[in-house]
Write a protein that binds this ligand. Sequence first.
Ligand SMILES: *[C@@H]1O[C@H](CO)[C@@H](O)[C@H](O)[C@H]1NC(C)=O
Length: 417
Amino acid sequence: MGSNIVVFLSATLLVFFLWSVGADKDINGITLRGRSLESKKVFNVRRYGAHGDGRHDDTRSIAKTWAAACSSSQSAVVLIPRGKRHLINHVTLSGPCKSSIMLMIEGTLMAPPKGSHWSKKTNRHWIMFNDVDGLTIAGGGTIDGNGKIWWQNSCKTNSRPPCKQAPTALTFYSCKNLKLENLKLVNSQQIHMSVEDCSHVKIARLSITAPGTSPNTDGIHITRSKHVQVRDCTIKTGDDCMSIEDGTENLHASNIVCGPGHGISIGSLGDRGSRAHVVNVTVDTAWLYGTANGARIKTWQGGRGYAKNIVFENMVMGDVRNPIVIDQNYCDSATPCRKQKSAVEVSNVLFKNIRGTSASKEAIKLRCSTSVPCHGITLENVKLTLKGGDGVAKSTCENAKWRKSGTVTPQPCTIGN
Ligand SMILES: *[C@@H]1O[C@H](CO)[C@@H](O)[C@H](O)[C@H]1NC(C)=O
């Protein structure tokens, strides 16, 4: 009896002790309590030889830390400590891991600032997460792509050799139960983050920043992924703030601030005769400032498949060149695209509560396919005026079956369904 009480008391004291040292994250391998209810084991990159001085290459140390954390049977935290700058090259951090894993970025991860420091392997990824179930990345730190050297040699700017295809800064491939929150992504070489073949993804409180002139620096790119939530993000880049591509199902994006950039786009879909499907996408509450497009769906001629059940609602446009666009004749190629019969079908799209200013006369543009007209398009409570107030905004339609609800300004060009 007496010894039981002693065991109980010492266990209680031990738990209390572990809880009280919880704030000391520098001790590698200690079990923390208090940060969350679950106990976690911390793997500090410094213990694995990382310099964190912004000069030495820390790629190997980070990979080693990841490997140790990934094989931990206890929930693991990989810690990138505050105040440190870690220079890293191409790296793939792979699962499956034994337990859930958290990458706590409190400091900075930075890409090599000079082209000569990049490893010679042609690799279109900078940091890649592959096949991880239960990954969380948080910590308020920064991921800096040092993109300048890539932008200068961008194929978008100059397609003559020696242009180089730049890497995507963060790629999440085949991840499940992925969470990203409270991070700063800056100056990516190309796309800031790409979510591919993932499911159950939650992205929140990201700040993504690159110059408006930087080529192909999309903010958040999503493809072949299901059940994705994006909220409370501020995205300022040289390309789409969000690009929602083939295979996206059940995406909900809310509270997005975008601009400069190309806006929030679904597509482009169906390039080179490919089959695409996008279904159940809602963009709710977004502010776009000075972007090329606002709410956009773009598909190539000759594609197949569909984009349907799409809602863009509660959006404010500030001097957006094309606030509302469906373009089924999208053609982003050096040579003109020829007319083709097949197209990605666009249907059941709602544009609701959208107001603000258009920087071009064409505030609403529905340019649909002759052979596969878009249908079930609704415009509800839209008020878009021409920037500066000199002249009136208008709408243009081709092969669009749409209806309006509430008041729609500019006047819709045709009504039918
Ligand atoms: C799309 O949403 C509808 C309505 O909520 C649902 O019934 C359907 O299963 C969803 N489609 C997919 C592919 O998840």
